[in-house]
Design a protein around this ligand. Sequence first.
Ligand code: ZN
Length: 442
Amino acid sequence: MFDPCMLKRIATISCVLVGLSLWLFQAPKAVHASIRIEGEWLGDTQGQQFGPVTEYRLSPEKLKKSYVSYLTRGPFSVVLDVYLFGVFYLILWRRWSVSCRDWIEESFETRFVQGLVLIPVACFLVWLLLAPIGYLEQCFAAWAGSGSFDPIGFSLGWMVMFLFAAPLSLVSLWILYWFIRRSQRRWWFYLWLIFIPINALEIYASPLIIEPLISRSLPLAERHADFASQLEDVALKGGLQIPPSRMYEMIALKKQGGPYGYATGLGSTRRIVIMDTSFRLLSNSQLLAVAAHELGHYALHHRIKQFLFSTLLSLLTIYLGYRLANWLLRRWGERWEIRGLDDWAAMPLLCFVFCFFWFVTMPISNTYSRYLEHEADRYALKIMAETAPNSGQIVAQAFQVLGEDGLDYPFPNKFVVFWTMDHPPTGDRVRFALLYNPAGAH
Ligand SMILES: [Zn+2]
């Protein structure tokens, strides 16, 4: 069944993947080094009464948990993406998409019905092939001690995710195929044009439609009138006028972990949101530091900047996707029995191409996001310096408390940060807060 050349190729790819995994997943040195300082540990900070923060640190127990959480969010997500490419390749190589196309074309006459049936079926097949790696991730987390593995809960969660993913895939693949059939040469441009209003609408309507579906938000002044007016004063000191009608409190679904606040919306829906968990975890001045960071996003127009950035990046991604899809089709189309990009059998190839470019441009969008987060931190430190003499320490304490609650791992691999993280590591943020000079040295 396998020729020696294929076996050699599989062996080489496996060696590269194992090497990459060993490099990405290594961190025991840092974990053990930190565990050795157990004797010096001064206690968790969530009582809000603790000494000056000099660096971001976790108790040995939380450090172990944070390591597991870091592995599942960082290196495992990279492995999952690489595995996804493997799944698309497997479908093309075994010609499963060709069998599906032949079956659907024989069974139904109109393309509309063919797409309506085939896309959810294809989506289910991919979902099924992705399940083993999700299963492995959960087993690993349970084995490493961050909870017990519940196979029934995992299967139900996986099915619920599929029920969300299937309609989204149906709509987006339908739009993609429709454009490809309209114009073989310009479909990438039309696809990009339609992406712009959808993206803008998503940002504009998110606080009105999407967020209320997930959790409940209240005007900030409703339960925290004093804090809302304090925040208004802090914003004024930074030269920003933000009315209380643009400040909200969100009831968090999770008891632990972020987000602790965010800036959202566009134009008339622009606002800052503080999660109710932040009120539980932080002292008043630490809470002001977190809110000042969100004010930074608001004052520096980060949402609109992110919108413009993602619009430009999507143009590049979609155009490169178009070029790569055509190249793959010319090179292997005959072997994979694909008639053209508008063929249903080309679906895994198109999915592979767009997932691939989404994956390779992740460091670009994450680097830009980390830059914006850093600018919001700088803004927070600047306006906090107007209100408190030890503002750097207050901001560092807020990061320490939230880092502990969210189990942020203190020693992430630089490559994992570069590729997967949209916020700077907590340790870097604490260091920046402590070194920040309000006189303008930074
Ligand atoms: Zn932020």
